[in-house]
Design a protein around this ligand. Structure first.
Ligand code: GTP
Ligand code: MG
Length: 239
């Protein structure tokens, strides 16, 4: 995930990116300008919500660190989807362009990736997030328990984050991807290898990629076993 700062979108750029302009033809220029204004204000809202979410995760990290002596969260990356990509995705998925459709269907405008050391820690973190009143877990996709056909593993959450505005509280959606280091390695490599490759993969390539995902999974399982063993040893040592 690269970091993208909010990009200002001009009226003409917006017109270029949205195919389905038909529905606006009945609108006055004033309505259209208002829509563009609201659209341009959105990245700032999502950025604030993502900053709030990042702060919550930082607090959890600090607490884990001081309680257990280490934090299972290895690193956190955040990004805001560029307006152009939002519009392309809406077009690809066949949604007419409106702010309502955007809020309802595009869940990854604010995106966070949390990379943990161990698989177990991912579930601990999800359990914790699910109990909080300042985060609404709206959807869970567990590609760890049920990997994608290509071997992809991660746990995806769609969450709501409350943003207190002058008009009142608005719940902003964000996508959180949780992975182990091994899963992140595989997904990053797969992305580098096949990014923009839109043809069908030769079957032996797809098979080897799936094999690599299994190897990453085995590595995760082995590390968990080692951790358990080391914990047992250190408990045995204590008086
Ligand atoms: P999108 O249209 O991509 O949002 O798919 P979706 O709405 O069905 O969501 P899903 O939870 O399946 O995937 C969302 C995100 O997870 C993607 O944008 C990627 O960042 C990541 N992802 C999903 N599948 C893969 C995969 O096979 N390989 C890699 N490298 N990343 C993936
Ligand atoms: Mg998605």
């Amino acid at each position: 995930m690269e970091e993208h700062e909010s990009t200002q979108l001009t009226l003409s750029q917006l017109q270029v990116h949205v195919k389905d302009l038909q529905q606006w033809q009945g609108n006055s220029n004033e309505d259209f300008a208002k829509l563009v204004n609201e659209f341009e204000a959105l990245p700032a809202l999502y950025r604030h919500a993502l900053n709030d979410l990042q702060n919550k995760i930082d607090v959890i990290k600090t607490e884990w660190q001081s309680r257990d002596g280490f934090s299972p969260i290895e690193h956190v990356k955040c990004r805001i989807k560029e307006p152009k990509s939002i519009l392309q995705k809406m077009e690809r998925k066949g949604y007419g362009f409106s702010l309502e459709n955007m809020e309802q269907y595009i869940h990854d405008i604010a995106g966070m990736r949390i990379v943990c050391a161990f698989v177990k820690d991912i579930y601990r973190l999800v359990d914790h997030l699910s109990t909080r009143e300042d985060i609404r877990v709206l959807e869970i996709k567990d590609y760890i328990a049920h990997p994608k056909p290509n071997g992809y593993q991660s746990l995806h959450l769609i969450v709501g984050i409350p943003l207190v505005l002058l008009e009142g509280t608005r719940w902003i959606k964000a996508e959180i991807q949780l992975r182990t280091l091994a899963m992140d390695f595989w997904a990053s490599m797969e992305h580098i290898l096949y990014y923009k490759f839109d043809k069908q993969l030769p079957s032996h390539v797809a098979d080897e990629l799936k094999e690599a995902a299994r190897a990453a999974d085995e590595l995760d399982q082995k590390m968990l076993r080692l951790r358990r063993e080391i914990l047992e040893l250190s408990e045995g040592e204590s008086p």
